[in-house]
Design a protein around this ligand. Structure first.
Ligand code: GSH
Length: 205
């Protein structure tokens, strides 16, 4: 969300929440996002949550940037698929985050579940590798679908070795080279979520 806003030249006022903290149940967050999830956005006199909905709203309300693909566009179907597929990937990453980062002793990650979700995440990355068309996901150029994939491409390398898909890594490099991405990364600050460079599937014992 922050990245697409930067692509549009919009710098929002940001309220930060720490994932896993009691602050995520603060009434002011629940007022904006009823399940206490981030992000949520206040804009144009409305409040909106769910990143895909936010991005689509931004594209529809600011069509001059050309980041959406309206009905009838040649890339419309691929655009819709990619927006949804980004959520499929993110939900697998969320499960891995839960197992690797959030469980507190004596709870332990399930090696079976982690192995399965890691393999399933790798399957989605292989599919994504096949979806990249030219510089971006859609032949018609950069879109909100690329921005939706940003979170996945940031987080997946903590769980899956990415070297097996050089084309995907090159795509990720192109995304990160965009001035809008860099501006958002600057606002976001260094990542402080993952403590390790890579999380192996835990052993059975
Ligand atoms: N599909 C939602 C997912 C939102 C979501 O789960 N966000 C995470 C942070 S990336 C969160 O708020 N986690 C807090 C929790 O799981 O309690 C979206 O894309 O906005």
């Amino acid at each position: 969300m922050l990245w697409l806003l930067q692509e549009m030249g919009i710098t929002p006022e940001i309220i930060r929440y720490e994932i896993g903290s009691k602050g995520m149940r603060a009434p002011e967050l629940l007022d904006h996002s009823p399940a206490g999830r981030i992000p949520a956005l206040e804009i144009d006199g409305i409040t909106i949550f769910e990143s895909a909905a936010i991005l689509q709203y931004l594209c529809e309300s600011r069509p001059e940037h050309g980041f959406g693909r309206a009905p009838g566009h040649a890339d419309r179907v691929a655009y819709l698929e990619a927006m949804g597929f980004a959520e499929t990937m993110a939900s697998l990453i969320e499960q891995l985050n839960l197992n690797h980062l959030f469980l507190r002793p004596p709870a332990k990650p399930s090696p079976t579940v982690v192995k399965l979700n890691t393999l399933r995440l790798a399957d989605t990355l292989r599919a994504l590798d096949g979806m990249v068309a030219g510089d971006y996901l859609l032949p018609s150029g950069f879109s909100a679908a690329d921005a939706m994939m940003g979170f996945n491409l940031f987080a997946a390398p903590y769980y899956v070795r990415m070297e097996q898909w050089p084309g995907l890594l090159a795509y990720w490099e192109r995304l990160q080279a965009r001035p809008g991405f860099q501006a958002a990364a600057e606002i976001e600050g260094p990542q402080a979520f993952y403590a390790k460079d890579f999380y192996e599937v835990p052993s059975d014992d």
